[in-house]
Every structure is written in C-alpha cells, then in structure tokens.
Write a protein that binds this ligand. Structure first.
Ligand code: V47
Length: 375
C-alpha cells in the first residue's frame, strides 16, 4: 500500500500529513493551507486516511423526511429563497393535524427521522410546539424528532417569554430528540451582518448549541460556503465549532453528531441578485468535505449532502472524508427553492447503490447512528 506521504504532491502539506498520522490537531494556519494548496488529491488522501481510521468502509444514511412547519420569517437572510413575509400569498403555518396527515402518506413509510426547520414566525409559541411534538410522537412513536436550528430555538423561546433552558425542557418533555445543524451560516460577525440581516449572532448560535449539549440533546452543525466568504472565515468557523465540541465532550456530553458543509445555492435570493456568485464547483465541494474532516477531529460524522452538491459528487465525497450521505430527504424545500438541481428525494435503494458502487458498506442508521440490518 502507498504511504500517505507518497500521495502528496505539494511539499508544504507533508508536515500536515505527519500531524495527521500522529493524530495531532491541525492549526488555523494549517487550515488556510488546506484551502490554498492546488494539491486537492493530497488533501483528500489525508482526509480519507482519517475517515478510514474512524469509520473503516462504513457509510451511513437515514430514511428521512423534511418538513417546514412555517415559511413565515421575520429575518432577512440574503441567501434564503424559502422565507415568506406575513401577507405573502405563499405564507403558511401547519397544524399538528396537517403534519400528521402528511406523514401518513405512503411515500413516508419507513421514515425514521423527521427533520423540521422553518422560519421565525411570531405567531408560534411554546404551546404550538408542545402540541405538535406530543401529537406527532403519539401517532408515530418511532419517528425521531429533529427540530429547530439554534437560532429558531432562541427565537421561539424569547417570543414564548421563556428562557431557552425552560423552553427546551418543555420541548424535550413533549418529544424533541435532537436538533439539526442549520442557521450557523458563517460565524464571522462582519459577514453575518451582510448575509443574514436581523439574525442573531454567532455567539447566540454557539451558546444555544452548548446549552442543548448540556441538557443531553445531541445537535448537528453546518457551514454555508461558496458565497462571499473567504478561506479565513471558513477556518475560523470550523475552529469555533471544534472549540465548542471540546467543551461539550470534556463535560461528558455527546455534543455535535455530524457536520454538514452546505454549498450555497444561488437562485431566487437577494444575495445573488446583488452579487455575482457562481455555483460551487465539484473540486470546491470535495475540498470542503476534506477540510472539515481534517479540522473537525472531534466531530464523529461528516456528511456529503447530495441535495446541495448532487448525488454523484456526494458519492465521491465518501473518498474525501465523508462517512454519511444524509438520507432519502423526502420533500426538501430550502435548497430546491434556491435552485438545487438534485432530485427531489432519493429512494433507499438508490442511496445504497451510490454507497456500494463507491466501494463502501451501506448502513442504514437512525439519528443517533444506531444501525439497522439491510432489508
Ligand atoms: O438553516 C438556506 C441553509 C440550512 C440556503 O443537521 C442554504 O443533518 C445553501 O441545515 N444555499 C438548512 N444553504 C439545511 C440544513 C441541513 C441540511 C442537511 C442536514 C442537516 C442536518 C441540516 O440551509 C439553513 C441555512 O443554513 N440555507 N438557504 C441556500 N440558498
């Protein structure tokens, strides 16, 4: 077998490869070099080495349903094509009964994870969420409820007149089981002011995630890339996540389960109307996955999110550090409304074929990475 070093063409990467082989942590400057080097396959080889040492040839997926309980949103995220302002004919908020009726449709048979994120709708308070979670769990006890970005959680707690801690207690008692990683965007304060006007700052996102971890609620984390950010912003973002995960793990919590790089989708949003921003390219997407695997040494899973980068590229991502293809993702809206060209949902068999054709073992999982025998 070829040594890791022999697969690296840029000599500046050799000290990083030594660190990777010794299991040593990479620095901010190392992160910048991972973005700067033209030697993408070298970066990929290092990431693949780490991926194999953590997960062998396992590659995970979940049978999952996306649903947004409301699209009404008072923030002004410039990259978002999903939000509707009150009064917009597209504006909606779903009741528990409507969501249950949706989940009863045959296409949702076998769904293990209900992933719900939405807008910031001032009409929805704690009673709404308690009703929603209690009724969904009563009807579908085996569906895992993964709900709220950290920013949504902060918002809905505030408008309910509760501390986030008390809001979480009530949501968890009603059935909330984990949180998705959205809403993180890019942590740099100056950029955040430009791309998500009116949205809470990075510290709110991080503090809320830390609180979730301390209450025993696992969460995911994301980064929106490919818009107006630079490599230094991405490294800063990833290292802030790594620092938080260090604290959560040191305190004995599960913390972040997975990191998902989100490739900016550039249609029908204000950011693209006011800036020339091209679609991310395949090499950019693969690099993002690999850099995440290398810098986030304490977050177990890295997802290649096929919805935003295409199924074929996500499949290649399994050899660039990713160990998870997310899932069947039935009825995705946020990326598709912003121009994602990927199909609307993949069948379980298609996901398995993508994984197996790439030479990995396809493992169906639940949200906590418990696995299931193939059917
Ligand atoms: O919160 C919004 C982002 C997120 C755009 O936790 C956009 O397992 C790209 O969080 N282009 C929703 N991104 C998606 C998300 C997610 C996806 C997959 C898995 C998990 C997980 C979480 O998408 C939003 C926002 O950060 N977003 N608009 C856009 N135009």
């Amino acid at each position: 077998m070829l040594s890791l070093q022999s697969r690296i063409r840029d000599p500046r990467l050799l000290p990083l490869a030594e660190k990777v082989l010794r299991g040593e942590r990479l620095s901010f400057e190392d992160g910048l070099l991972l973005y700067e080097t033209p030697d993408l396959t070298g970066v990929g080889a290092m990431a693949h080495h780490v991926r194999l040492s953590k997960h062998g040839r396992a590659a995970y997926y979940v049978v999952s349903r996306r649903l947004s309980y409301t699209n009404v949103c008072y923030t002004h995220c410039q990259f978002c094509a999903f939000q509707a302002k009150p009064g917009d004919p597209r504006a909606y908020a779903l009741s528990a009964e409507q969501i249950i009726a949706e989940l009863e449709k045959p296409e949702n048979a076998g769904v293990r994870e209900l992933h719900m994120t939405s807008g910031h709708n001032p009409k929805l308070k704690i009673d709404y969420f308690e009703d929603l979670f209690t009724k969904i769990k009563a009807r579908f006890p085996s569906i895992h409820l993964k709900v709220f970005t950290m920013i949504e959680m902060d918002y809905y707690a505030r408008i309910s007149g509760l501390s986030t801690d008390a809001f979480l207690d009530r949501c968890m008692a009603a059935g909330l089981e984990s949180c998705p990683g959205g809403g993180a965007e890019i942590f740099d304060e100056e950029l955040r002011e430009k791309i998500c006007i009116g949205k809470k700052d990075a510290q709110v996102w991080l503090d809320t995630a830390e609180l979730c971890h301390r209450k025993g609620l696992p969460t995911n984390c994301t980064m929106l890339y490919g818009h107006i950010e630079e490599p230094k912003h991405r490294v800063d973002h990833l290292l802030r996540l790594r620092d938080l995960q260090d604290r959560s793990l040191a305190a004995g919590y599960t913390g972040f389960l997975a990191f998902i790089p989100l490739a900016y989708q550039n249609e029908d949003n204000e950011l693209s109307a006011t800036h020339v921003i091209h679609e991310t390219t395949g090499t950019q997407d693969l690099r993002e996955i690999a850099v995440a695997r290398l810098l986030l040494d304490n977050i177990p899973h890295i997802k290649a999110y096929w919805v935003m980068i295409s199924p074929g590229l996500a499949q290649a991502g399994l050899s660039y550090g990713a160990d998870d293809l997310d899932g069947t993702v039935i009825a995705e809206e946020i990326a598709h409304l912003a121009g994602a060209k990927s199909p609307q949902g993949l069948q379980q068999g298609e996901l398995m074929r993508l994984i197996q054709d790439a030479g990995f073992e396809a493992l169906e999982r639940d949200n906590l990475y418990n696995t299931y025998a193939a059917v």
